[in-house]
Design a protein around this ligand. Structure first.
Ligand code: FE2
Ligand code: FE2
Length: 450
């Protein structure tokens, strides 16, 4: 048994770090500490094989913990986990420490650190169990769940309870808490995906970021972009009323997004790169979804805002801007030489990731997560992640999928009007919610013009 002390004042992060470390080897036992004083207490009463600490704790620092370890005769190896580098911390400057985990991307260095640790302790990484434990109560953070989920019936028997992309809600949580199941299980091969998604969501949802941008700047950006798009709007045939509406709705949805500082940071980064595909694509998409929605008999501004917010968020977790131009897993394979393995993974999980992100953000209107999750589904069931058939795609998602399809085609061919698109794709959208949306759109964009 190897005893590991982890000190981190952000409770969710502490728990997911504990999950991550304990899942790496059955012989690891983590003692979690939320502050300096309890850590000090643990260090006085027990011996640890490794200490991992955050720098800024409410009642002390990681640097101080390192000093205490140095002064004791045990000399326990110390790992810093912080946004600050060891050289920025007086007690650690020019000192040799066992490792450094730079926040927020801590998962990969954490795994590498334990590979080194295992080697030094002659721990084999073979014969690890096929399933890894995850904390039940943390599952609610990453919605929809990024991988299949299991319960354990006996040492060898596991039963699947939810599929990747399903929702684990507060009722599920209550059910497993009543059954006294603090842990559920994921396949070992899925563990990284789960941990990656959880850590990202937790760190993004944290409220106190240092370099928060203000709403004003983003609004200006959007207004400028809309100005530049006037000609485009005329070209594609958006009605004058829908054009005005699109502007108001985009302003309001940026305000919604900007209530979360991390999100607004991500968004402003994306919008700043105006030349890039994803910025142009998102802004145009926001206008087209609004225009499409306004043609529906069930239209309301709230609905348009949901679609517009989704336009800004749908590809926000992609790690490479060019990935936003990819539409299907086939297309990804064809272009695989352009992207790293990590970038390809980020594409395959971006529907689930952005939906998780949306769910983790307080006060975001409902339904956005579902639109994000379904935005690469196709009416014939060939989409991803869930290969949904037309009948199972929600009306809001259907509008988004059609608008997204149109915007992609328009960016490739600047002559393509909405009218043209509707005629061209009539067969594609002949089922489920797509059919009635296609009809309503045709009555505004085709019949009126003829
Ligand atoms: Fe996407
Ligand atoms: Fe997209």
């Amino acid at each position: 048994m190897k005893k590991i002390l982890i000190i981190e004042d952000e409770e969710d992060l502490l728990e997911v770090m504990q999950t991550a470390v304990e899942s790496l080897h059955p012989e690891y036992k983590v003692t979690p500490c939320l502050n300096y004083l309890t850590a000090l207490n643990a260090l006085t009463n027990q011996t640890f094989d490794l200490v991992i600490s955050d720098q800024n704790l409410p009642d002390g620092t990681g640097g101080k913990i390192f000093q205490i370890l140095q002064e004791s005769n045990k000399k326990t190896p110390f790992v810093l986990c912080s946004t600050a580098t060891p050289n920025e911390i007086p007690e650690l400057k020019d000192q040799e420490i066992y490792g450094y985990l730079p926040k927020p991307m801590i998962l990969k260095p954490l795994k590498e650190l334990f590979q080194k640790f295992n080697k030094e302790h002659n721990f084999s990484e073979d014969n690890l169990p096929d399933y890894a434990q995850v904390k039940t109560k943390l599952l609610i953070k990453t919605q929809p769940i990024p991988c299949d989920l299991f319960i354990r019936l006996s040492e060898k028997k596991y039963v699947k309870i939810l599929n990747k992309g399903d929702i684990f809600d507060s009722q599920d949580l209550e059910k497993y808490e009543i059954k006294k199941m603090p842990h559920l299980y994921v396949l070992r091969g899925d563990l990284d995906t789960y941990l990656d998604c959880t850590i990202k969501t937790i760190l993004l949802a944290l409220k106190d970021t240092t370099n928060a941008t203000d709403v004003e700047k983003e609004l200006k950006n959007i207004q400028l972009s809309f100005h530049a798009l006037q000609e485009t709007f005329n070209k594609i045939g958006i009605t004058p009323a829908a054009k005005e509406l699109a502007k108001t709705v985009a302003d309001k949805s940026i305000q919604v997004v900007s209530q979360n500082k991390n999100l607004s940071l991500l968004l402003s980064k994306m919008l700043k790169s105006e030349e890039e595909y994803s910025a142009r694509h998102s802004i145009l998409l926001s206008a087209v979804t609004t225009a499409f929605a306004s043609a529906m008999p069930w239209f309301s501004e709230t609905i348009a805002i949901k679609l517009s917010v989704s336009s800004f968020l749908h590809d926000i977790t992609l790690t490479n801007n060019d990935l936003a131009a990819i539409d299907s897993t086939n297309e990804l394979q064809k272009n695989s030489s352009k992207f790293s393995e990590k970038e390809m993974d980020s594409f395959l999980s971006h529907t689930v990731d952005s939906a998780s992100l949306a769910r983790s953000i307080e006060n975001l209107p409902p339904d956005i997560d579902n639109i994000l999750l379904q935005h690469h589904e196709k009416p014939d069931g060939s989409g991803f992640p869930n290969q949904l058939l037309a009948q199972r795609v929600s009306p809001l998602s259907a509008i988004f999928i059609m608008a997204h399809h149109y915007v992609r085609m328009f960016i490739a061919n600047n002559e393509l009007t909405i009218e043209h698109f509707l005629t061209l794709e009539k067969e594609t959208y002949a089922k489920g919610s797509f059919l009635s949306i296609h009809k309503e759109l045709s009555s505004v964009y085709i019949e009126q013009n003829t």
